[in-house]
Design a protein around this ligand. Structure first.
Ligand code: NAD
Length: 463
């Protein structure tokens, strides 16, 4: 077996792993990265964030051409869907980006191993299932193997009619009736895609609200908007079974009559990929939820073995994994490295988008923290008016005594981009007055954040 020596061996080339590998190489380490898939980029690039965003963009344009352009004085007599072309475009976007990472690996002299990496004794990673078995000896091993869709008891995944987000990115035809289990990020994003393309979409959610973890007021407003878009919801509804039979499916949920549909999307969360890595044999500790236990510097209990991203605690988000990968590797090389978990944004790319950073009103109330709240509706924002995108609002929460920004929650056009300013403000410890006194170009959507900051203080100008 071929044996090579490295400073850092990364297992997994998703956003956590590939970014850590690049940062390590930039800092002078000799780096290897092991990935079992032929394409680099992990779930995010291949079967997650990127293809879903490509489809969200295409389906929104289709929907707008159908129903939204007339308001702008543009008549479109006939709009037709070419689903095959839409799916091909999505695949091309993915292909270009995954190739881009291959290029970055070459540029940074990172040695790529295709196959399944397994930790063996003495800080060794064995790569199997690829072109040829290899053995990597590494001073540091970083586990960044990500997560996979969580199964649900009674739901029989058949990889076709009843599937996860992976199948829902490539349905060969628009389903007549799609039942989505779970009103989280994946359920709402992919449910929106197929609703826009013409499917009847029914979302079944266990809790009595959508988007658990997001600010309840903002999620409640979003829920009403999605209902107006024609998505059906049953909240407080626990799914107990789903079966495919003869070209259709039946879904059973407590309190509902069985639902007959032609496709089912299971989106009830994700579980960490920790199997087959040799963790038990290596003595790496796992917590009660199956995640790898790490300290604040991402070190496991076994010297020389580290873990980041979806396999450890915290939100399962690509950008959180990236931050952790960089912090972990920088700490190894420079002695410093830090992730500010209080300022990790979350974005749901529906239409309108929903974006959030910091604490929600519920969390502040629960912690007994006195706060002031500033709200500004996009209805009163000139740019939103000209775009014809007036649904939603910006909500800013500031500490009642220090005025420090504690949380920002946005429902509205390009919320996912707008949240970046709020993240930067919070990262620099800004007060709501700081945000309000920064000059924002007019007319832009970003003025809504300035106005919400004003509303938290002495009053918004335009509302
Ligand atoms: P999620 O945790 O966001 O939502 C899952 C939902 O399923 C929850 O609302 C939960 O209450 C519900 N549920 C659980 N059991 C149920 C049952 N038996 N019947 C009905 N409902 C049930 O999970 P997800 O949407 O699958 O996303 C998985 C992960 O991927 C999340 O951690 C998310 O952060 C990440 N993700 C992020 C983005 C983004 O950042 N835009 C997009 C997609 C996925």
């Amino acid at each position: 077996m071929d044996t090579q020596q490295f400073d850092l061996a990364v297992i997994g080339a998703g956003p956590g792993g590939y970014v850590a590998a690049i940062r390590g190489a930039q800092l002078g380490l000799k780096v290897a990265c092991v990935e079992r898939e032929s394409q680099l980029g992990g779930t995010c690039l291949r079967i997650g964030c990127i293809p879903s965003k490509a489809l969200l963009e295409s389906s929104e344009r289709f929907h707008e051409a159908h129903t939204g352009l007339a308001a702008h004085g543009i008549r479109t007599d006939r709009v037709e869907l070419d689903l095959a072309a839409m799916l091909q475009r999505k695949d091309k976007v993915v292909q270009l980006l995954t190739r881009g990472i291959e290029g970055l690996f070459k540029k940074n002299h990172i040695t790529r191993f295709t196959g399944t990496g397994k930790i063996a004794a003495g800080n060794t990673v064995v790569v199997e299932g690829g072109e040829q078995p290899s053995e990597l000896r590494a001073t540091h091993i970083l586990i960044a193997t990500g997560s996979r869709s969580a199964p649900l008891d009674g739901v029989e995944l058949d990889g076709d009619r009843i599937g996860t987000s992976t199948e829902a990115l490539s349905y060969p035809e628009v389903p007549e009736h799609l039942v989505v289990i779970g009103a989280g990020y994946i359920g709402l994003e992919l449910g929106s895609v197929w609703r826009r393309l013409g499917a009847k979409v029914t979302v079944l959610e266990f809790l009595d609200r959508i988007l658990p973890g997001m600010d309840a007021e903002i999620a409640g407003e979003a829920h009403k908007i999605f209902q107006k878009q024609g998505i059906g919801f049953h909240l407080g509804c626990r799914v107990t079974a789903a079966r495919a039979n003869d070209g259709h499916c039946v879904v059973e949920a407590e309190g509902l009559a069985p639902i007959r549909c032609d496709r089912v999307l299971l989106a009830v969360g994700r579980v960490p990929n920790t199997e087959g890595l040799g963790l038990h044999e290596a003595g790496v500790a796992i917590d009660a939820r199956g995640r790898i236990e790490v300290d604040e510097y991402f070190a496991t209990n076994v010297p020389g073995i580290y873990a980041i991203g979806d396999v450890i605690r915290g939100p399962m988000l690509a950008h959180k994994a990236e931050e952790e990968g960089v912090a972990c590797v920088e700490r190894l090389v420079t002695g410093h490295g830090h992730v500010d978990y209080a300022t990790i944004p979350g974005v749901c790319y529906t239409h309108p988008e929903i974006a959030s950073v910091g604490r929600t009103e519920e969390q502040l109330r629960e912690a007994g923290i006195e706060y002031r709240k500033g709200v500004f509706p996009f209805l009163a924002n000139g740019r939103a008016r000209s775009l014809g995108e007036t649904a939603g609002r910006v909500k800013l929460l500031a500490d009642a005594s220090t005025d420090r920004v504690l949380g920002v929650h946005i429902l509205g056009p390009r919320a996912g981009d707008l949240i970046a300013e709020a993240v930067a403000a919070m990262a620099f410890g800004a007060s709501s007055e700081d945000v309000a006194r920064v000059c924002h170009a007019h007319p832009t959507l970003s003025e809504a954040l300035k106005e919400a900051a004003l509303a938290a203080g002495t009053g918004a100008i335009h509302a």
